[in-house]
Design a binder for this molecule. Sequence first.
Ligand code: BG6
Length: 477
Amino acid sequence: MKKEKFPINFYWGGSIAAHQCEGAWNHDGKGPGIMDFATQGSVDTPRSFTSNIDLNKVYPSHTGIDFYHRYEEDIRLFAEMGFTALRISVDWSRIYPNGDDEYPNQAGINYYQNLVDCLIKNNIEPIVTLYHFELPKALVDKYNSWTDRILIDLYLKFAETMFEALKGKVKYWVTFNEMNHIDPQTDASDIFTYMIAGLKYSDMENPKQTLAQIGYNMTLAGVKACALGRTIDQTNQIGCVFGLTPVYPINSDPQTALDALHATDRDYYQIDAMCKGEFPQYKLKEYERFGIKIEQETEDLNAFKEGTLDFIGLNYYSSSVMKPKGDDHDKTLFTGYQNPLLEKSQWGWAIDPIGLRYSVNHTYRKYNLPIMITENGLGEVDMLEEDKTVHDQYRIDYLEKHLKELKKCIIDDGIPVIGYLTWGPIDLVSATTGEMKKRYGFIYVDKNDDGSGNYKRYRKDSFYWYKDIIHTRGEEL
Ligand code: BG6
């Protein structure tokens, strides 16, 4: 029997983020961004966030993998694998170094124009994220970040600059990456609130109120950017990326099942707001119950109506479980409770390929919009052998299992999934731990957490595997 292939125009590729790969943190007029103050951590030691640069500490974003100077070589390697798409992010602090400058920094614009031109020359569709944990630090110091609505206007000015600068070259845009991690009902940790808004959870006087307002303001900025982007170019396809972690009930207790549903739902209130034309009533009711009052304006109503999404970007790594109340045993920092039926990575993330099919189905049924898998991958320790090979069969196994489930979403479930972008197709700095040791790439980068390494790139075994998958359009999966 002839095996099915992925669709012809399916986007195959990967996703990277500026602060995790570019380096050159203070070159060519770039201002300091929030992640430039995030130190290197590890699986057991959370990253810390300093108010100034402390010369005794390591800040991984300062050097990244030096993508800023080496992107041509890296893009050639992506092209060799047959990539048809690469998701990049624009660091706001390269364009407006203080966030509220009157004029943009031309050197920053030139860099992204050249990067996008290089992708196009290599037949790789650029997918551009406007906010991937990259916020000019000055906006946190001056306005207390997204708690102030002025950030919405400043973000829109930045978005407009980029929509204009890359007009005709970029069709797919992402307004925000994973703003969903700061719901007031989530047990937030400093790392998530810091990455998303440059503020530490532990410093917040009234965290529920603060997070609700930040979530609202960012969601509003997202829908406004959507409408703006389509005004500038009607052919733009504008989406938003969410990090989705399905939560399964650990037993058949109805209360636990309801709690699991609510926990899964927390990731969806912003998608509801961006797809259904209004900020969801159930969320406003929830805020009322908790005594949270958010600042809204009448004109916001129209913004939600006009700025609905064209596609949904779905980042998927793992699933989690809901336990009966009071049972806190086995709770992990980033992915909730451990599912006893699943294996986990060395960083404690449960490996659940079926969860990808679950998330894609669940999301599609709610919104009927095209879905792009904007991140998926396995962070592992890789060994560079003496002959400069890397045998990463574990990564191939992980990706293969997830792709098999994704294929079922398309072929068996009939869902319009338009692309599959792996996270970190080239090794880069881990967002949550700041390590290089947690590698995701098909391409090994010779840079280590102790500062050693010469930044040379090497093809791993998974490089050849992905190349073959793309070439055969996943026929053997
Ligand atoms: C996603 C982020 O949540 O997870 C990426 O969008 C991040 O920026 C990725 O790198 C993997 O997380 P980590 O901590 O392993 O780098």
